[in-house]
Design a protein around this ligand. Structure first.
Ligand SMILES: C[S@@+](CC[C@H](N)C(=O)[O-])C[C@H]1O[C@@H](n2cnc3c(N)ncnc32)[C@H](O)[C@@H]1O
Length: 229
């Protein structure tokens, strides 16, 4: 059914993924997040917005006891199931649905999510569109986390500077969570973001940095957050 396979290295792991143009191909933030996943072994993990299943597969390979991987896209759900099998990982339960709906009454030791965060005045593909300010899905993931974490559970969540890293930090505090930064990257704008540069510059929480070649770049941080007792 799927023709091409790509391989992504994460530490000593080589994750194989079928390619499908309809599903998000893991990019810089996905890889940054993959390198930030730590597990004690046997933990119950949620990967919300799993896309290809990449982060769920990494979590499983790193010793998750069980993993639920969800996505709003039926194409993503289909390929995530196929990719789990391709990597000989059999403890991932892939479910379709919006945000936390597929895990309504469940709690996890670790929630991972790399939500769509591209701010845009017009609708983009759901895999990247984060609403006019880029924060619609991210904020919903943050707000729902405390109802789906076990005591002592962790949330691993990225934020990019074009949607406000400090806004996420403040929200985590307001939600009663402590956090630390466990990953950081600087990434040049894609063609899509270059086309949106004038719009992004006007967003109140956005910040853009320019590299030595004067290319516009965004910074990404990965927060590991915990509920305060
Ligand atoms: C940026 S991609 C990340 C995919 C994958 N986690 C990775 O890092 O490679 C965001 C994913 O979230 C999914 N998504 C978008 N809105 C969603 C929602 N409301 N509920 C669940 N999944 C959603 C998209 O279909 C897409 O697969």
């Amino acid at each position: 059914m799927y023709k091409k396979i790509m391989t992504i290295k994460v530490g000593n792991l080589a994750i194989k993924l079928y390619e499908d143009k309809r599903v998000y191909r893991p990019l810089s933030v996905s890889k940054l997040m993959a390198n930030c996943i730590t597990l004690r072994g046997g933990e119950h993990v949620l990967d919300l917005g799993t896309g290809s299943g990449f982060l769920a597969i990494v979590a499983s390979k790193l010793g998750a006891g069980s993993c639920v991987a969800t996505d709003i896209s039926p194409d993503a759900v289909a390929i995530a199931r196929a990719n789990a099998e391709l990597n000989a990982v059999y403890n991932i339960d892939v479910r379709q649905g919006n945000l936390y709906e597929p895990v309504e009454n469940e709690r996890f030791d670790l929630i991972i999510s790399n939500p769509p965060m591209t701010p845009s005045p017009r609708h983009l593909k759901p895999e990247t569109y984060g609403g006019p300010d880029g924060r619609i899905v991210l904020d919903a993931v943050l707000k729902g986390a405390k109802d789906h974490l076990k005591p002592g559970g962790r949330l691993l969540i990225p934020t990019i500077s074009i949607i406000g890293i400090d806004v996420t930090a403040r929200m985590l505090t307001q939600l009663g969570m402590s956090y630390r930064c466990v990953g950081y990257a600087v990434v040049p704008f894609s063609r899509l973001l270059k086309n949106l540069e004038d719009y992004i510059k006007k967003l109140p929480n956005a910040s853009i940095i320019y590299d030595r070649q004067i290319r516009p770049c965004w910074t990404a941080v990965v927060f590991e957050a915990r509920l305060l007792p």
